[in-house]
Design a binder for this molecule. Structure first.
Ligand code: HEC
Length: 483
């Protein structure tokens, strides 16, 4: 795959994800903060842009006002005057209610003793304030009104999201699957009326879940950028300088979109500092226009963000190398269809290998199976391609696989030599895409190969082929590999 195609692929990946949010928050799901009507997510409710409390719809404060305790107040004022911070949906008030049934004789489950040990590890990585889940599930007050929805979601296995069939290539690192006993516990707790139990039974908080264990650099856009007032899709690149004094290996990253309601994808390319500076200076305003890719030569990205992506931690003792004369070009696709057009300052948190450590250099190898033509109205149309070891001379160690299709995809499978199963996503879901890292690498000998197979339904009346648009399809994967 040429670098251009690689870049276009990533753009498409994120572009198509833009249709994002399916869950819409309400007073029940945001008992503490406010519900952002455009993104469908709970906000903390303490910023002038997203102000509100008790599950009310977030609203922006008027010019000159600030948000204090969930209400808009005159700047410097001490509260009062909740001018625009609507108190509309006050349902959240019941959240901490005492109707929990904690005292009923039949209750055998308790939030602190039985539920929290599961949710703090399996849910709160996403369902926390500022996480990618639309509402937080960190405290009893937050979880109680969601008990029935939590039961439904775990019994139906929609939550926690986990796409691969673990019998192929698994178990993977950070597998989110719940055991049947855990599902039963959450279901029973909901059935018993979400009893609270005794806070003293709460488990010790786990280490960071869904976050980097260590952040060595937080690199934020140097200036805020307000998306174009005329374009609904504004692609802009920003120079992010890690200012390294020598070679370092990126061992993990976590991209933090600034205004989540308008940031629809982020791709972080490695580029040359001087070239990026020239590009930046040649255009007015922060950054430069960059449809498709960064507009500069790049050995590839260190990573990407799209809805559904959390912190990415590369397998231990591996990393993607950055040299002292390289910087990052952070490409952001702003989509403002929903009317949100606010100044954005997206950031990337980076974890580097320890100074002096010499991890094994990793590469993202693209697999492109692009020779398909899915006939109109086809069901279960399948296509496979086999990719010989590109080095032909060296053993490649495969650590991670990130399969990718668009929205017509049904299934994608990657196999190694002798039909060894490496990853199988039996029910493809466009909204959940990530690298699946193996516990131990899988070796492909010089003469070995990988075979990728994709299956689609095509409900349209046109032949669907490989392409970058959301209405085109892909059968693609990134293989995170070392030599
Ligand atoms: C990897 C991130 C992630 C994890 C882990 C996760 N969720 Fe979610 N959850 C989301 C996102 C994002 C949505 C909204 C998108 C959607 O509706 O699919 C969501 C939606 C939901 C919903 C509402 C929609 C539905 O499908 O019912 C419930 C209820 C829910 N999650 C419960 C849970 C519970 C309980 C856990 C843990 C056992 C959990 N989630 C773990 C990210 C996550």
């Amino acid at each position: 795959m040429s670098p251009i195609r690689l870049v276009l692929f990533l753009a498409t990946l994120a572009l198509a994800s833009a249709c994002g949010t399916r869950f819409t928050c309400d007073a029940k799901s945001c008992p503490t903060g406010c519900c952002n009507a455009s993104s469908g997510r709970c906000e903390v409710g303490n910023t002038a842009e997203q102000c509100g409390a008790n599950g009310a719809t977030c609203s922006a404060c008027s010019a000159g006002q600030q948000c204090s305790a969930g209400a808009c107040a005159a700047n410097g004022g001490t509260g009062g005057g909740s001018a625009t911070g609507g108190g509309a949906a006050g349902g959240g008030a019941t959240a901490g209610g005492s109707s929990a049934g904690g005292g009923t004789a039949q209750a055998t489950t308790s939030f602190y003793r039985d539920v929290l040990p599961i949710t703090q590890v399996r849910c709160a990585g996403c369902h926390r304030m500022g996480g990618i889940g639309p509402f937080p599930l960190e405290t009893y007050a937050q979880a109680k009104p969601m008990a029935a929805a939590m039961k439904d979601a775990v019994v139906a296995k929609r939550m926690p999201p986990w796409m691969p069939d673990n019998s192929c290539g698994g178990p993977f690192v950070d597998d989110r699957t719940l055991s049947q006993a855990q599902i039963d516990t959450l279901a029973k707790w909901a059935d018993e009326g979400a009893p609270e139990g005794n806070p003293a039974d709460a488990p010790a908080p786990p280490g960071p879940v869904g976050q980097l264990p260590r952040v060595d650099a937080t690199l934020t856009m140097t200036e805020a950028y307000t998306p174009s007032a005329t374009l609904n899709d504004d692609y802009r690149c920003f120079l992010i300088d890690p200012a390294l004094s020598g070679n370092r290996f990126v061992t993990g990253y976590d991209i933090q979109p600034g205004v989540a309601a308008e940031v629809h994808h982020v791709i972080v390319y490695i580029v040359d500092r001087n070239a990026a500076r020239t590009k930046d200076m040649n255009e007015a305003g922060p950054g430069w226009t960059c449809f498709g890719d960064s507009g500069l030569q790049s050995p590839g990205p260190i990573g990407a963000w799209a809805p559904g992506t959390g912190a990415v931690i590369f397998p231990s003792n591996t990393g993607i190398q950055l040299t002292a004369n390289q910087v990052l070009a952070m490409q952001i696709h702003y989509n403002t269809n929903n009317g949100v057009r606010q100044p954005d300052q997206t950031a990337i948190r980076i974890m580097y290998s320890a100074p002096g450590a010499s991890p094994t250099a990793a590469y993202l190898l693209p697999l492109v199976a692009d020779g398909f033509a899915i006939p109109p109205n086809a069901t279960n149309y399948s296509y496979s391609e086999t990719f010989p070891n590109p080095t032909r001379a060296l053993t490649i160690r495969v650590w991670g696989l990130m399969p990718h299709m668009h929205t017509l995809g049904k299934r994608i499978t990657i196999k190694g030599p002798a039909d060894a199963c490496l990853v199988d996503i039996p029910r493809w879901d466009f909204h959940w895409q990530q690298q699946y890292f193996r516990m131990t690498p899988f070796s492909i000998p010089p003469s070995g190969s990988l075979t990728m197979s994709c299956t689609w339904d095509n409900p349209t009346t046109r032949t669907v082929r490989w392409g970058e648009g959301t209405n085109d399809e892909m059968c693609f994967a990134y293989v995170y590999a070392t030599l």
